[in-house]
Design a protein around this ligand. Structure first.
Ligand SMILES: Cc1cc2nc3c(=O)[nH]c(=O)nc-3n(C[C@H](O)[C@H](O)[C@H](O)COP(=O)(O)O)c2cc1C
Length: 180
């Protein structure tokens, strides 16, 4: 696991070859094995491979989603917020489970933030995606993950670049505060 994490980077350029059905089945299984609060499983996963739909998803927000148009697969992660109060966390865990599984299968991926982003001044990115994919109105859209075989090479983050100051022992700070 740690070796995989050392290699992982966000990949936004993909080969055009599709992801084989057998690998997509592994991705589906990984998503469905993601832990959820009280095992409520509030999420839904929409696997999108239709190029016309990919183009539309790429336009869900003005920036930082354009590469979705050229991804062989995009997984949209949505949830019924009435099912679970921590659906945001459940969706985020599913998304990262998907990304890590993809990495172990030789695939690259990148998260695309949808929740709290705007499509334009009148429409949220969530509403745009609900309309595009026929999601019922009570479904919230957390994120999309674009996936495919990498067409760009990126080095894993070097040990020396890790922000070790983010790690604290017993109390916050370095040295830690001395409150009893
Ligand atoms: C919550 C979250 C939202 C993100 N949203 C986007 C996004 O909308 N578009 C994008 O290109 N990358 C997005 N990313 C990817 C980050 O930019 C990327 O993980 C970060 O720059 C670190 O790079 P690395 O993944 O290569 O280590 C997102 C990542 C996370 C965890």
């Amino acid at each position: 696991m740690l070796e995989m994490l050392r290699q992982r980077r966000s990949i936004r350029q993909f080969e055009t070859r599709p992801i084989p059905e057998a690998l997509q089945a592994h991705l589906e299984e990984a998503l469905l094995r993601a832990p959820t609060s009280r095992n409520r499983r509030p999420w839904e996963f929409i696997f999108v491979t239709d190029p016309a739909l990919q183009q539309r998803l790429a336009a869900c927000k003005p920036h930082s989603a354009d590469f979705v148009a050229h991804a062989p697969l995009t997984v949209v992660i949505a949830a019924d917020e009435a099912t679970c109060d921590v659906w945001i966390e459940d969706c985020a865990i599913a998304a990262i489970t998907l990304q890590y599984t993809a990495q172990t299968l030789g695939l690259g991926s990148c998260w695309v933030q949808v929740r709290l982003r705007d499509h334009d001044e009148n429409t949220t990115a969530e509403q745009y995606i609900r309309d595009t994919l026929c999601l019922p109105p009570h479904y919230r859209v957390s994120a999309m993950v674009a996936l495919g075989y990498p067409a760009e090479q990126k080095q894993g983050v070097a040990q020396s670049a890790l922000t070790r100051s983010k790690i604290h022992r017993d109390r916050f700070g370095t040295p830690p505060c001395t409150k009893p």
